[in-house]
Design a protein around this ligand. Structure first.
Ligand code: HMH
Length: 197
């Protein structure tokens, strides 16, 4: 299976993107609250960018991949509503400019419009798989963050990630380059929250 090969053959890169100091600090509660809020607001921006990318990918996806991509797009719309509700509760302004790592990641999503559908779908699988694994590594999380960690590690989310893998595997090919680009973009995104980006 192409996706499981990618996990196996780039284990160190996956590890870097999922065992980041940001996540360890969420797990043990040592994260400065401001760093978490900075990250949260940037992630909301990112999800908006991801939804637009996913809609463009859906538009060119073959029939068998449409269901998982469409369901995922609906989930991203719900995620944006969740961010808005959360921002209201935490008193956060979501209408802020992208920080450099967020802008760079948006640039990568735009570039993925130019690769073939099997590669772009594999990249989307990597985007979601790395996020699921990262939050799973932070579980259960310090008490003040446990609700967030639970939100990003649900069985429904894991099922969606499996669905993306199946759709990508059905299209075949090896797409190492885009996956490695995604993993680098994820590390930069976590770095940003720690003030290192
Ligand atoms: C940085 N990567 C980042 N944020 C997300 N929300 C996802 C992936 C997946 O949803």
């Amino acid at each position: 299976m192409p996706t499981s090969d990618l996990l196996r053959d780039h284990a160190a890169a996956w590890e870097r993107a999922t065992r980041h100091p940001f996540l360890l600090a969420v797990r043990d509660g040592s994260i400065p609250p401001g760093a978490f809020d900075t990250w949260l607001v940037q992630d909301a921006r990112y999800v908006g960018d991801l939804l637009r990318f996913q809609a463009r990918l859906l538009a060119r996806a073959p029939r068998p991949a449409q269901a998982v991509l469409a369901a995922g797009a609906v989930a991203l719309v719900a995620e944006l509503a969740w961010f808005e509700e959360l921002a209201g509760r935490r008193g956060l302004d979501l209408d802020v400019p992208r920080l450099p790592a967020t802008a760079a990641y948006a640039g990568l999503l735009d570039r993925l419009d130019g690769v073939d559908v099997p590669a772009a779908l594999t990249a989307l699988w990597a985007i979601e798989r790395v996020y699921l694994d990262a939050w799973s590594a932070a579980a259960p999380g310090a008490p003040e963050y446990a609700g967030y960690v639970a939100h990003w590690t649900t069985p429904e989310f894991a099922g969606y990630v499996d669905g993306l893998a199946a759709a990508a595997d059905a299209l075949g090919g090896r797409h190492d380059d885009v996956v490695l680009e995604v993993l680098d973009a994820e590390v930069a995104f976590w770095d940003m929250a720690m003030g290192d980006g």
